[in-house]
Write a new protein. Structure first.
Length: 318
């Protein structure tokens, strides 16, 4: 146990020393952002319009604000006519190192677990998506959604062109409606699991149902691909082929009757098993056939009322 603790402690120490570029610049002092504007006039004009420029001292107590809050003290850099080695230049930092500077201020909420995030683990840093000097789109992104995400996730962009897809390309949804780009949650989702996320919009599929379908309870992704499919309703395959991945299906009979005919088996399982997400009513084909819709309750209730009235009328006539 002690050996394991020492190994973990050593690993954390090495990781921190790699991530955090706390390298004091020699003989350098803070001179103020206005001094930076003398040479970087165009960048400074854009920077003045950002929220970073508007930060006040009490909001970053104990830390420097302005250009030098991120780039370090600039006196030596100015004295040596802009020598790049005497200032923190983000182009010379790794993704993890540059992100650690941002995290000095942006450390709350999901960003508290940034280093466990799939983006961070894939060597993606804050600067790959955000432009700190210029107001561009919402949250100072280089591009809006989904175009920014598609720069890396090109396979998912291709899936969004399939006939069945969420309305992202139509502008009615965006990637961040489902995904959190900064947190460490499973599959960087805005909810703890896939089903909880899907139920935010598809609440009618949640139940609880008296007769449930096991894959629905476990994971919506067992049947659906949320980024796009050829089959309808975001299904990974059309039925009956999707259903046959788990179910053996029926043995075909040419004579119609209580057993499905071979003709029916060549069309669609959901012609009979329409309530694949669950039902509160027993099936005509067995307890878990998932064939009867909940609204059938209304018809059953009316039928029972008619029987009751008929019985009452018969008693009156007697």
């Amino acid at each position: 146990m002690m050996l394991l603790f020492m190994l973990l402690a050593g690993a954390c120490a090495n990781y921190d020393s790699f991530v955090i570029p706390v390298v004091p610049l020699p003989d350098a002092n803070y001179v103020g952002s206005e001094e930076c504007a003398v040479c970087h006039e165009d960048v400074f004009e854009y920077y003045r319009k950002t929220v970073h420029y508007k930060v006040r001292d009490f909001e970053v107590a104990g830390r420097e604000r302005g250009c030098e809050g991120c780039h370090g003290p600039g006196s030596a850099h100015i004295a040596e006519k802009g020598k790049i080695e005497l200032i923190i230049g983000f182009n010379n930092l790794t993704a993890a190192q540059s992100s650690s500077i941002c995290l000095k201020c942006h450390s709350g909420g999901p960003l508290s677990s940034w280093y466990s995030n799939l983006h961070a683990l894939s060597d993606v840093g804050c600067n790959d998506c955000h432009k700190s000097h210029k107001v561009t789109t919402e949250k100072m992104l280089y591009k809006g959604e989904p175009e920014l995400c598609y720069d890396c996730h090109q396979q998912l962009q291709a899936r969004m062109q399939f006939p069945s897809h969420h309305p992202v390309r139509e502008g009615k949804m965006k990637c961040s409606d489902c995904h959190t780009t900064h947190g460490a949650e499973s599959e960087i989702l805005t909810q703890m699991n896939v089903n909880a996320l899907c139920y935010e919009c598809h609440a009618e599929k949640q139940g609880p149902f008296l007769y449930e379908h096991s894959p629905v309870e476990e994971d919506c992704n067992l049947c659906h691909d949320p980024h796009g499919t050829i089959a309808n309703n975001l299904l990974k395959q059309s039925d009956p082929y999707l259903c046959l991945r788990c179910h053996r299906g029926h043995r075909g009979h040419d004579i119609p009757g209580s057993t499905p005919s071979s003709q029916a088996l060549l069309t669609s399982c959901t012609q009979c098993h329409s309530q694949v997400h669950g039902s509160d009513l027993p099936s005509q084909l067995g307890e878990r056939g998932l064939t009867r819709y909940n609204s059938d309750c209304k018809g059953i209730l009316v039928f029972n009322i008619l029987i009751f009235h008929t019985h009452i009328l018969s008693l009156i006539h007697i």
